[in-house]
Design a protein around this ligand. Structure first.
Ligand SMILES: Cc1ncc(COP(=O)(O)O)c(C=O)c1O
Length: 365
């Protein structure tokens, strides 16, 4: 059987280093906001090329606190892609701003700059882009639009650690960027973890206080904050894994290249664009036969996933928020299938997956 993901197998190469890191944290006697967190913040900021990184306890909190720190006008509108994971939209709503859904480009799955321009109103205060599946949004165009219209830019980089556009990394293209280190991510912890990156000292300081009860100085509270600190044990694990992130990304890129080369054109495959360095958190194909294909692969012993089966505007939790239709997003949600592409998958396994997909394509032409 070819699994879609297996976190134990994924983490096997790092087990000894994880154990050493855990023992060292245990023996340090310092379990909250200690050296591991500080080291990780410095290392990850350097990796992304940003001045600051603040460790938090999840990607959702990174989005929530990142948006909060921007101090946008009350009840203003934030533009966000209609085909994202729901967390992106929840973070806007939890800050009492209005999410305005913008359709993605069908060939990149990222927010369409021309659609962004159509949705700007006097109430728009920010554009929240999502670098979905490991591919960066077109930040050159998005930042031009933002500049012209005096809008803030936020990146949801939860799926794109190390992805680049024009050799500049995700997390370094906006006022504030949110990362998730959920265990399945390219840089994944052994539990929940997240961070923001920014080049603004004031935003970094504000988020560092917000994550710690709003405290900028021990027992002095400047803001109404929360407890959303990156855990010291998880930061230790992330320090181990960050050293291997480029290797993990390279492996996934190699497998994606094989899929792109050898998969039948019966499927719509991820687009390859000059200047974009994609890291394939997810490798997806589109086909109107998605559900039958998933079942077929399951019978052949190949596990797949759907990211995501239900578009945010169709979620029960968001009923009443959106009145328009989002045909491109609907199409993606109906047709997308994610294929195995973990760090532990071998080229042989990927070629087995390809064989089954190509046989299916042959029978359905
Ligand atoms: C695009 C996107 N945004 C936000 C999140 C939320 O991150 P977390 O699960 O760490 O809260 C995720 C993670 O699943 C995600 O994929």
């Amino acid at each position: 059987m070819i699994e879609y993901e297996n976190l134990e197998r994924l983490n096997r190469p790092f087990v000894n280093a994880f154990k050493e890191s855990f023992n060292s944290t245990l023996n340090s006697g310092w379990y909250v906001l200690g050296n591991n967190v500080k080291t990780f913040e410095n290392k990850f900021a350097t990796y992304c090329g940003t001045k600051y990184c603040v460790g938090l306890n999840s990607g959702l909190d990174a989005l929530i606190l990142g948006i909060q720190a921007l101090e946008l006008p009350e009840h203003s509108e934030i533009l966000v892609p209609s085909n994202t994971y729901i967390a992106t939209i929840l973070a806007i709503i939890q800050n009492n701003y209005k999410p305005v859904l913008v359709e993605p480009e069908l060939h990149t799955y990222t927010i369409s700059p021309s659609e962004v321009e159509k949705k700007i109103t006097p109430k728009t205060s920010a554009i929240l882009v999502v670098h979905l599946y490991g591919k960066m949004a077109n930040m050159v165009e998005i930042n031009n639009i933002a500049k012209k219209n005096n809008l803030k830019v936020i990146e949801d980089a939860a799926q794109s650690h190390g992805a680049m556009l024009n050799e500049i990394k995700a997390g370094n293209w906006s006022d504030v960027a949110a990362f998730s280190f959920y265990p399945t991510k390219n840089l994944g912890a052994l539990g929940d973890a997240g961070a923001i990156t920014t080049n603004s000292e004031s935003i970094a300081l504000k988020i560092a206080a917000l994550r710690n009860y709003g405290s900028h100085k021990k027992y002095h509270n400047k803001y109404i904050g929360v407890n959303s600190r990156l855990d010291e044990v998880q930061a230790g694990f992330l320090n181990v894994k960050l050293d291997f992130l480029d290797k993990i990304n390279e492996h996934k890129r190699k497998l994606a290249f094989i899929y792109n080369q050898e998969l039948s054109n019966f499927y719509t495959k991820p687009v390859v664009q000059e200047s974009f360095f994609d890291v394939f958190h997810i490798y997806n194909v589109l086909t109107p036969e998605r559900d039958r294909l998933k079942e077929y692969l399951e019978k052949k012993g190949v596990k797949t996933e759907i990211h995501y089966p239900c578009a945010p505007h169709n979620q029960e939790a968001l009923k009443g928020y959106f009145v328009e239709t989002y045909p491109i997003s609907e199409k993606i949600h109906q047709q997308t299938l994610s294929l195995p592409i973990s760090f532990f998958h071998t080229e042989v396994e990927v070629r087995t997956v390809i064989k089954h997909l190509n046989n299916f394509a042959h029978d359905h032409k």
